[in-house]
Write a protein that binds this ligand. Structure first.
Ligand code: NAD
Length: 319
């Protein structure tokens, strides 16, 4: 009855991007078919500490669990700690036995990259010749890895960031090119992953035929895209409740620049064949806020791989 404890480096060894994409794609389809359980995220706002903690429970296809994750932006400067630290508890749905407790920081980055690449695969007009990165931080790395897993190493990588240093380091790592925000926004597939609270990507920069993954906005008030991109484009969200509250659409819905009827579908509905994907759209946009079903799907993959490979530390919580 032991629980497997898995560190970040264990998770890194156990989780391949290919397996992550397959698991996340199946989880989105289950969400679209109404087969998943995913109560809304619970936020514990710790204003006095300039941070928050969130609980994200989900059940899908025989896997149940919860992610306990935070956002403390001052951690690196004040405490020499990361600003985000996630833990995952994977439970046996039949008995509630905790099967594994694992680092969920890497899990979050991987499942986020995977979701965007799945959206590109189902919504982009064709395999991209250029992929633009607006924001070259942690997420950009897994966004790139996931797009290479889907398309192979076949596209040019365009890197843009307000920090020239961040763009340069990422471009070197990615064998890409440092470009302006305008040029990155003009790519066939655009991945926006900044913490911006005002539009970074302008309408005029995005070309017809493009697909845009809006990853950065995952809390109320955050926004990366000119609302005209959403109005002229076909908007696919990950989840109604989360996206309208905290996704890319949250600000333009509040200002009236976008109406709810202009949101086309959830990604799960497109994967489940309930709603059309790209057909006839000038521009497609995927608004990602990050779903608990993505996390549980990956935690299951990590746990299965850990058992197979005998990795991790056994611990009996109830002895
Ligand atoms: P990060 O700090 O590692 O990287 C962000 C990058 O954006 C930095 O290089 C920064 O210089 C750049 N940047 C900031 N403002 C910019 C601007 N106005 N224009 C261009 N570049 C700018 O952060 P990260 O971990 O990569 O996360 C990025 C965003 O994605 C955050 O807002 C985070 O909350 C969000 N996020 C979303 C999901 C999801 O599921 N949708 C998951 C994880 C993180």
């Amino acid at each position: 009855h032991a629980t497997i404890l898995l560190s970040r480096s264990d998770v890194q060894k156990l989780l391949s991007m290919e397996a992550a994409i397959a698991a996340v794609e199946a989880a989105f389809a289950a969400h679209g078919e109404g087969r998943a359980l995913m109560p809304p995220k619970v936020y514990l706002e710790l204003d006095a500490y300039h941070g928050d903690l969130r609980a994200m429970p989900a059940y899908v296809d025989g896997a149940a669990g919860v992610k306990w994750v935070n956002s403390h932006p001052e951690n690196p400067a004040r405490f020499d700690l990361p600003s985000v630290m996630g833990m995952y508890i994977l439970s046996d749905p039949a008995t509630a036995l905790p099967l594994a407790v694992m680092d969920a920081t890497l899990l979050t980055a991987v499942r986020t990259g995977a979701a965007a690449a799945i959206a590109s695969k189902h919504l982009a007009a064709r395999a991209p010749r250029t992929v633009g990165f607006v924001g070259c931080g942690v997420q950009a790395r897994t966004l790139l890895e996931a797009h290479r897993a889907v398309y192979g190493d076949t596209f040019e990588v365009l890197c843009a960031d307000v920090s020239e240093h961040a763009a340069r380091v990422f471009a070197e790592e990615a064998r890409g090119r440092v470009v302006s925000l305008e040029e990155a926004s003009g790519a066939d597939v655009v991945n926006a992953s900044t913490p911006a609270r005002a539009p970074v990507v302008k309408r005029a920069w995005v070309k017809d035929g493009a697909h845009v993954n809006a990853i950065g906005a995952d809390a109320h008030g955050k926004q990366e895209l000119d609302p005209a991109i959403l109005v002229d484009g076909r908007v696919v969200i990950d989840d109604w409740e989360q996206a309208t509250h905290s996704g890319e659409v949250n600000v333009p819905l509040e200002t009236g620049e976008l109406r709810r009827e202009q949101i086309h579908a959830t990604l799960g509905e497109v994967l489940a064949g309930k709603r059309p994907g790209r057909e006839g759209a000038r521009i497609t946009v995927f608004d990602s806020t990050g779903l608990a079903v993505q996390d549980v799907a990956l935690a299951r993959v990590v746990h299965a791989a850990a058992r197979e490979q005998g990795l991790g530390t056994s611990f009996d919580f109830f002895r």
